[in-house]
Design a protein around this ligand. Sequence first.
Ligand code: GLN
Ligand code: ZN
Length: 759
Amino acid sequence: MITTHNLGFPRIGKKRELKFTLEKYWKRDITQNELLDIAAALRQEHWQNQKQLDLLPVGDFSFYDQVLDTSFLLGNLPERVQKITDNTLDNYFRVARGRSAHNESECSCIQAGEMTKWFDSNYHYIVPEFDQNTQFSLDASRLLEQIAEAQQQGHNIKPVIIGPVTYLWLGKAKDKSNKLDLLEKLLPVYAKLFYELEKTGIDWLQIDEPILVTELSATWQHALRYTYHRLQSTPLKLLLTSYFGELQENLQLVCELPVEGIHIDAINGKNEVARVIDWLPSHKILSLGVINGRNIWKTDLTATLDWLKPIYEHLQDRLWLAPSCSLLHVPVDLNNEQKLDSEIKSWFAFAIQKLEELAVLAVALNGGKVNVEKQLVENKAAIESRKHSNRVHNQNVKSRVLEITDEMGNRQSPYHERAKIQRKKFNLPLYPTTTIGSFPQTREIRQARRDFRSGKLSEEQYRIAMQNEIKYCVSEQEALGLDVFVHGEPERNDMVEYFGEQLTGYAFTQFGWVQSYGSRCVKPPIIYGDISRPEPMTVEWANYAQLLTDKPMKGMLTGPVTILNWSFVRDDQPRSETCLQLALAIRDEVLDLEKSGISMIQIDEAALREGLPLRKSQWHSYLDWAIKSFRITANGVTDETQIHTHMCYSEFNDIIDSIADMDADVITIETSRSDMELLDVFDEFRYPNEIGLGVYDIHSPNIPSVDSIVGLMKKAKQRIPVERLWVNPDCGLKTRHWEEVKPALGNMVAASKILRQEG
Ligand code: GLN
Ligand code: ZN
């Protein structure tokens, strides 16, 4: 019989219950015990949702992030948090976000841990901190409690942990020491953990080593070999999992590691499965991830069954089936959706539906297709309808893409010439200050948007509400003395959804939330068909805002690559093609903004980097079409129009050439969390255009001091000529409160004035 299992279930709850509970706890509206109770109830529900599987994951739940959980499991807490209190959960939140409660006294705030993207997903994890003296000590209490909880509820479980080599790989050695030197100290802690887990009576342990789909040096490969030989004395059966890609040169290594079973991503790595079967010793289990855990499309069950049948005949009981990766990356339940068009809805599967698909596959293989005939027929009908639907294909859009020319991606003049024209036109001081786009989204704004959607507010009333908000944002910026303004984005719930809703080819869900970091979720829209822009999307708001001030007002758009990377994308044509369709649509908007008199236009490419393939060998082709798409979007404007772009991460070193190649006049970026580490790149590479450094970490409620901002900018000045430096927060301010934003931006403006005086 086939064994079915799951690598991880979304933890946020069908209606984002975890998010709201966490936020209440941070406000101290509920007690820690109430938080713990709600979390336990959520876990219970999630196990119920998965109970048709043979093995349920435990340890995939998290209050913030599974990597941070691992740091706490292994006793690797940054020193700065250790002294504060002995309340572990509060310390955990301090590392995650700088403080454990909104009203926490100053002395209990610490610098939040660095956050970065989890492989090629839009999930962010808290980067483990190491130095050569890092010590580990096991604290398995939370994992053990959850195991006991699941066992009490009668489930057959398989705990999930992050493997030691991936854990080290994900972290950062602050003193630049070799992280792998820590392995000797780390492995005994894992051995101790295994010993504790054995006592719970579990049989299988899932140990995630997703770095196996990346290009590993010989040293890291050796570390994996060494680790699993050292850990093999455990009586636990280890299921070593990799996901998000092919194993390629690590394939043989994976097959040979002394574990009882391996899981591979049979969506991205489908072509490798035959080789894995050849290499895998005949006593090992092979788990195939045959349901895509990264998108929302229904699986073609008939095709998958046809493909699996001979594999099953060969492997028999050694074949396990699962989604390709944790379902953390997809929404919870399609059945919540009441507003989706029924044809389009029939093409989708969310986490719960994906597990149903898995069950159908297992039944069909175990007992024959007859037992699931109805499900297979329904599935086939949905797959066929999607292939042929005329809602998917639009000939005009396809032809426009074919007619794209190189000139469409080029500005009229090179940067140094445009810069002169723009300097004269805008006449900005040195160290101009600006923000990234959004201002705090207050309860009233959200309410107004909701009321408009539900029909409680008329279009006119809604417009007035948004205009009032824009007015407020402008007057605050005026009072703060910023140099370049934004309208504040009150009308946007989300920087991608907002545009998607006004484009054709997009579908929207009500509850399709996916965790991005901590309590923050995104609701990726779904690109199911060819994209076009029927009419202007932002022009009216931008013009309204510009009329309120003499300062330049940045038009604010999301770039094609980010729209693509933060959507669920159709899988029936190359991503590059969908991206070019988006580029043409946003280009139309850029040109309309320009025509209407907006002379600075920011095109956010917050997600450009995360679209990079995990393997460097594939970067080139991605960057080629991604940069081309940006250029087509942005570069149709005249020299007088200043194009800004924004990216909220700090690792540019390896793609700086491509970023420069976008040829935006100004780029604003993250820097404060990584302490200007980013600037190292400018030692070697002379970034040709203007650059705004994110001196205020908007992910933390802490207010940056004037001194710290001045200090950061002085570091910047050593590498980048002052005429090309801007000062800004590292991202949009929509998640913050005005009480935080005003003093923080006030300090930013004050710092800028000091810098100007010093020249
Ligand atoms: N303009 C957007 C905002 O300020 C940018 C957000 C982002 O980069 N994630 O909200
Ligand atoms: Zn950002």
